[in-house]
Design a protein around this ligand. Sequence first.
Ligand SMILES: [Zn+2]
Length: 372
Amino acid sequence: MSLKFEIIKKDNRTFARYSVLQTKTSIVELPNFMPVATTGTIKSLTTLDLMEMGAQIIVCNTYHLHLRPGEDLIESMGGLHKFINFNGSILTDSGGFQVFSLSKFRKVKEYGFIFRSHIDGSIVELTPKKVIDIQMKLNSDIMMVLDYPTKYPSSYEENLLSVNLTTKWAIESKRYYEEVKPKGALFGIIQGGFYKNLREKSFNEILGLNFDGYAIGGLALGEPREERDWVVREFVPKLPENKVRYLMGIGKPDEILEYISLGVDLFDCVIPTRNSRRGTVFTSEGILRIENAKYKNDERPLDVNCDCKVCKNYSRAYIRYLFSINEVSAGILASYHSVYFFIKFLEQIRKAIREGYFYEFKEDYLRRFKNT
Ligand SMILES: [Zn+2]
């Protein structure tokens, strides 16, 4: 294990905490938001953009990188950081979720997944050990165990199977991890869908294995916000205080604020880039749909409170025009601003926790922030 985690400041009125994580590669301040570079690149941006914005940690995906270009190639190129040219930390997701979301043919076995590659149709197996081997070759700073995600909604039986296999694979992963002693850290994943006793079962079983950090999986799959809030409220504050808490696949700025107030440290989400490519950008005042006719002659930047290079140099009118003629640069400019917005948003949150005004910051932000 190569991970040092230190809580520097706890908020008085919420469970929020400001902490510092030292991975084998770099220092990561928490809470933090990981831009999603699934295939080794963040869509429509470069790793140079990410470093320029101050991204401290990103998430890449084991499933995708295993299928293309393959972990052996990446290892021969000096590992993932060097291959993609990113000097911060890299967390790699295990790929269980992608097996479910991308592969039309898949079988769940006691020992792992068998599926058909969505790229060339070849048969691929992912087992707990193999997933660790791949992540070691990638030179990941934080590796995730193979888990069995479910869809929303899904039956009690399916979630029970998910919890049982996720625990079985977590045990195998931990045993193998201790045997091979990689330099990267290993996080466990809690499943259980929206069934209280299954979440509790998974929580207890995964926590019993003493991972370097804990993720709550199986959220942001289309469930109502109340159900998601319930899982976070119920389980995040009970996680061990001295370990990193990662909420997978989340979220929007208002959710990030709420969940940090419940003690979450780490987030990842595709919405800054996915929504931006479709013309919906995040701003300090809420969501802005740039294709709206009212921006046709608007000389203001996307976000009047943003100091990113897009906001310093381009008007809403120009970016709207680029979208209207389907120029690639439209998505690039919008994505740059939105990812920058998320990175700076988390910087502001960390400052607020450190300086003792997080609660006021949150209340004020939620009052101003419009989600639609
Ligand atoms: Zn901006």
